[in-house]
Write a protein that binds this ligand. Sequence first.
Ligand SMILES: Cc1cc2nc3c(=O)[nH]c(=O)nc-3n(C[C@H](O)[C@H](O)[C@H](O)COP(=O)(O)OP(=O)(O)OC[C@H]3O[C@@H](n4cnc5c(N)ncnc54)[C@H](O)[C@@H]3O)c2cc1C
Length: 438
Amino acid sequence: MKTADAFGHSDDQQHYDVLVVGGGMVGATIACGLGQQGIRVAVFDHAEPSPLPADALPELRVSALSTASEAILRQLGAWPHMQSMRMTPYRRMAVWEKLHSPFGKTIDSRANRVLFDARQISHSQLGFIVENRVTQSGLLEAIKSCPSVSFFCPVNIQKIHTPSASPMIELSDGRRFSGDLLVGADGADSRVRQSAGLAMEQRDYEQQCLVATVEIAGGCQDITWQAFTPTGPEAFLPLPDINGKSYGSIVWYHHPERIRQLLALSSEAFIEALETTFPSELPEIIQLHQRGAFPIARRHVTEYFRQGVVLAGDAAHTINPLAGQGVNLGLQDAAWLIEILVDALRAGETPGSTEVLARYEKARRSENALMMNTMDAFYHTFSNQSKPLQFLRNLGLTVAGKLSPAVNQVMKYAMGLSGKQPRLATGKKYKFKIAAGD
Ligand SMILES: Cc1cc2nc3c(=O)[nH]c(=O)nc-3n(C[C@H](O)[C@H](O)[C@H](O)COP(=O)(O)OP(=O)(O)OC[C@H]3O[C@@H](n4cnc5c(N)ncnc54)[C@H](O)[C@@H]3O)c2cc1C
């Protein structure tokens, strides 16, 4: 059967080296990296990515992309497309615990505040706040110049045949595709994960996360901050100026009941609640544009792969978003998977073999678990209202704020500059290209 994809590429090919379910940030990265090596990839997504006009108001879903993620996206050629849309660099990041006096008033203490400044480690920024749609669009633009990648969307996947040495996808319109490997990059509710029978450990948190996009006074900010409270962090992320107006993203963690109440408030009452609750660092809010709530859960698959099928990004793990590391971990998954598959194909190995996929799990499981455990430690430490623990954590923040080697080390970890990096994140070029048709 003749097959036409979303880029207008048309061929009669039904067998690909790699099938990728999910063309979000992680799936698109995998397809782009493999496609640039001449590997034949078919990507399937049930939602069509819509264009983002330059003057559109900021999207609700934004991510803090680390320096390592920037390197990966630059190497793939997506970054210039993303820059031509919009993104906001942040040079500083502040973290502190909101303290209350015995009379219930917030104490404005700067002693327990840790300020991370990119200049301390000779960088111009700590990272970029980027709308998820900008990152996805940048990657899809980069994929357009990969003739070996086909993107099928919107499609409705009828059946997924895995695990198998020859995985297969059947669409509701009757088209069937086979591959040597099927990658599940289809997000937290991954259907690929379910089809492959890959089990997952899940731990829910007592908090939910409300995200709001607001117009602010005072111009574009270069700082992102997070104040810990016993009911969860209150955070601010800077967004780009659009048509001379400035914006910010508010992240408000609280118990589900309070989040429900906040969502039900009128815009005016919501802004008032923000202004009376959030720290004084909050810029003046001019207007509320959008708000939404997200459940948060820690999930990690017990196995990343079976024969012919492997998971990446949120399909394999979700993390408490309090330090905004979810997609950064997903992009690391993608970069390692690309590297391991390219090396395997160069060595004549089968990409879907358990030996090859075990290398990927080895590279990712402990790194992902370490970041999850670090976020859990923050969550549990700051949710605990015991007075001695409160004293100790504030002493810790005060001391940490004065120790520049410790602060610099934390900054490097958050920027993805510590630990072993995949080649794509180090800027090294691949030494070979697999010839199309091999
Ligand atoms: C409130 C909140 C704030 C966050 N903030 C940050 C942050 O600041 N920094 C950060 O790094 N991370 C953050 N994250 C996490 C981040 O958003 C995710 O880690 C990231 O979106 C995962 O990317 P992904 O490509 O794996 O999955 P997704 O973004 O979920 O993409 C999955 C793709 O698969 C497609 N798909 C799904 N099912 C099917 C199907 N059956 N058939 C075909 N296609 C399918 C979808 O349409 C989508 O395109 C946050 C998360 C939350 C909830």
